[in-house]
Ligand binder design. Structure first.
Ligand SMILES: Nc1nc2c(ncn2[C@@H]2O[C@H](COP(=O)(O)OP(=O)(O)O)[C@@H](O)[C@H]2O)c(=O)[nH]1
Ligand SMILES: [Mg+2]
Length: 209
C-alpha cells in the first residue's frame, strides 16, 4: 500500500500543535534510534529528515497521511525530538518538560505511541524510562525494535525475547527501514488503531473537541 504524505508543521511549543481532529501516531525514542527512518519507510518517501548527527530534531514535526483516492487526510504522524543522548545540550532535555511531556499526557487525539528501541545495541536505561513513562500515562504503546537488519537472525530472536520479557504485555515489533521488515505489520496496527480512534473522535460533537 502506498499512502500520500505531506509535512504539516514543526511545533516548538503547545500553542503550535495542529487542531486535534485526526488520530495521531507519535514516534518516540533516543536520538539516532531510527524515528525519521521508520516514518520514511512507512510512507515510502523521504519526508522526515534523517541524519547521523544526534539531536537534530528539536521540534515535534507533524505529517499528514492520506490514503490514495480519499479527499482528506486520515491521520497525523508526529516525529518527536530525540533525547537521552550525552551530546545533546541541556536546553533540549528541558523541552521534555516544556512541551513534550504535556503533549504525551494531554493531547486528546494521540491514538498510539510507538517507542522505538534499537535492537542492534544493548538495552539502554533511557529506553526503559521512556516505556515506563508511556505506561504511566496509560497511552496505547507499541515497541518498535529498529535496525533489525544489523544483527543475525539468531541474535535478533534472542534480543527480541529479552525485550519482550522486560516489557511484558506490550507488543514488540521488529523493524528494518533498510529491508522493510515489519512495515506491513506496523501499518496494520496503525490503521486499526487509527480507525477505532477516528470513530471515537468523530462521535464527539465538534464544540467539545
Ligand atoms: N542498518 C540500518 N540503519 C538504520 C535503520 N534505521 C535508521 N538507520 C540509520 O540510523 C541513523 C539514524 O536514523 P534516523 O532515522 O535519523 O534516527 P532518528 O534520530 O531517531 O530520527 C541513520 O544513519 C540511519 O541511516 C535501519 O533500519 N537499518
Ligand atoms: Mg529524526
Amino acid at each position: 500500500m502506498r499512502v500520500l504524505s505531506r509535512f504539516l508543521l514543526a511545533a516548538t511549543n503547545v500553542a503550535h500543535f495542529p487542531a486535534p481532529e485526526l488520530p495521531e501516531i507519535a514516534f518516540l525514542g533516543r536520538s539516532n534510534v531510527g524515528k525519521s527512518s521508520v516514518i520514511n519507510s512507512l510512507v515510502g518517501a523521504k519526508i522526515a529528515r534523517t541524519s547521523s548527527t544526534p539531536g537534530r530534531t528539536q521540534s515535534i514535526n507533524f505529517f499528514e497521511i492520506r490514503w490514495p483516492g480519499k479527499p482528506k487526510p486520515e491521520l497525523l504522524f508526529a516525529d518527536l525530538p530525540g533525547y537521552g543522548y550525552a551530546r545533546v545540550p541541556r536546553e533540549i532535555s528541558q523541552q521534555w518538560s516544556g512541551f513534550i511531556e504535556p503533549y504525551l499526557r494531554q493531547r486528546p487525539s494521540l491514538a498510539l505511541c510507538l517507542a522505538l528501541i534499537d535492537i542492534s545495541i544493548p538495552p539502554q536505561e533511557s529506553d526503559r524510562q521512556l516505556v515506563d513513562f508511556l505506561t504511566a500515562t496509560g497511552r496505547s504503546t507499541c515497541i518498535i525494535a529498529t535496525k533489525s537488519d544489523r544483527i543475525s537472525n539468531n541474535q535478533l530472536r534472542a534480543s527480541l525475547k529479552t525485550l519482550q520479557d522486560r516489557y511484558q504485555g506490550i507488543r514488540v515489533l521488529p523493524f528494518s527501514a533498510r529491508t522493510g521488515t515489519g512495515r506491513l505489520e506496523l501499518w496494520k496496527d496503525i490503521r486499526e488503531i487509527a480507525h477505532n480512534f477516528g470513530a471515537a473522535i468523530s462521535a464527539v460533537p465538534s464544540t467539545e473537541r
